[in-house]
Design a protein around this ligand. Structure first.
Ligand code: GLA
Length: 376
């Protein structure tokens, strides 16, 4: 081989070497992560796609532990808050980093509801209210897990009759899939042997600059919703379905999250910022709704959220307070991340005017949420 060809070849290797292959990303070490909890093995599963995206998921709470997404220069960063060890999660101040949430995502007022003339009392874990499935929600249990291929992990959990006060044995199956189009696709299925409310969701805390890299006030947000459900001081919907027109809740034109978050607005005071349920414009035919889109201007990263659910909770990380130090020693400060939780409306079991959340025996619950990453 001539010297010139050799130099060119060396150059090519150098260029290829600079573009980090997924296996070179400093992902969490699955061997260092695990442990045993409730007599079950806690594991960490690594999913990859052909574009270099990597997501790691643990069967403890069905959590997304890290999620590596490219910016407009092709540089990969981990965009979700979390820990590199099981102990990190067990000792955390915030308990919902990256979790699956159930049996009922969001709040149920007075931790109580009536169904078919029976009153059900749930665990009260948010003042007098019930939040995210109770004291030991699906975020806190060890799921059965099988990684079926490089891109897919299947999680299942049998939630027993009476758990946290809910009626019926609920068999829950969740699939996490990383698609070739840089989507993290989450599909939820459930069946029951007694009528029960079900509202499953996912609670990743995203910061598209990177986990622990400042706040999300400069992320630009679009929400495809002309209405939202105002709340009382305990964040329970009043029952009103209010137009977003002329309020800080109108994100139909993309807007920096921080632009209006400190406005003098009663609803923002109740949530200490954004922590509300938006009522989506759903397509008239089949197909999913583009519920929300987030753009991070400095890195160009974008995230779109698609769902078949009628609503989405946008929570702006108002209760993050710098008490948690996560992966790579990064501190998770106030509004350091955002959650976009596809869902039915909060407190639906107590609002018959809201879309029903009751699953009957013989029916199958199906919900889908896609977080699609891109750049602009
Ligand atoms: C949800 C709620 C918030 C908060 C977080 C967890 O998104 O709406 O009020 O409880 O979970 O901290």
């Amino acid at each position: 081989m001539k010297t010139r060809q050799l130099i060119m070849l060396a150059g090519l290797f150098l260029i290829l070497g600079c573009k980090k292959a997924p296996e070179q990303l400093p992902v969490v070490d699955p061997l260092a992560f695990g442990g045993e909890l409730d007599g079950k093995k806690v594991e960490l599963f690594t999913l990859k796609n052909e574009q270099g995206m990597v997501v790691q998921i643990t069967n403890f709470g069905g959590r997304v532990v890290d999620l590596w997404v490219p910016d407009r220069e092709g540089r990969f960063t981990d965009v979700v808050l979390g820990y590199s060890t099981l102990d990190g999660y067990l000792n955390s101040n915030e308990i919902y980093y990256g979790t699956l949430v159930g049996r009922y995502g969001n709040r149920i007022g007075n931790a109580r509801f009536t169904l078919n003339d029976s009153v059900y009392t749930l665990a009260a874990n948010d003042g007098i209210n019930h939040l995210h499935g109770g004291v030991k929600g699906y975020n806190d249990v060890v799921w059965d897990a099988v990684q079926s291929d490089e891109k897919t992990v299947l999680l299942s959990y049998l939630s027993p009759d009476g758990e946290e006060g809910y009626p019926g044995n609920l068999q829950v199956n969740v699939t996490y899939e990383l698609t070739p189009d840089n989507e993290l696709k989450i599909e939820y299925r459930a069946t029951t042997d007694k009528p029960t409310p079900v509202n499953l969701t996912h609670h990743s805390y995203f910061n598209l600059k990177g986990a622990g890299e400042g706040d999300i006030n400069d992320h630009v947000l679009y929400i495809n919703a002309p209405f939202y459900t105002p709340v009382d001081g305990g964040l329970i919907p009043t029952g009103e379905i209010a137009p977003v027109d002329g309020t800080p809740f109108d994100f139909r034109t993309p807007m920096a999250i921080g632009a209006r978050v400190n406005d003098d607005n009663e609803q923002l005071k109740y949530g200490q910022g954004y922590d509300h349920n938006w009522v989506l414009t759903t397509p008239s035919g089949p197909g999913l709704t583009l519920a929300a889109r987030v753009v991070e201007p400095s890195t160009g990263r974008t995230m779109e959220v698609f769902t078949n659910e009628p609503a989405i909770q946008f929570y702006g990380g108002n209760f993050l307070n710098g008490k948690d130090t996560g992966k790579n020693g990064k501190v998770y400060n106030h509004r350091g991340a955002l959650c976009l939780e596809t869902q039915h409306f909060p407190d639906s079991p107590n609002h018959l005017e809201f879309p029903s959340v009751i699953l009957e025996p013989g029916q199958e619950y199906y919900s889908i949420c896609i977080y699609k990453f891109g750049v602009e």
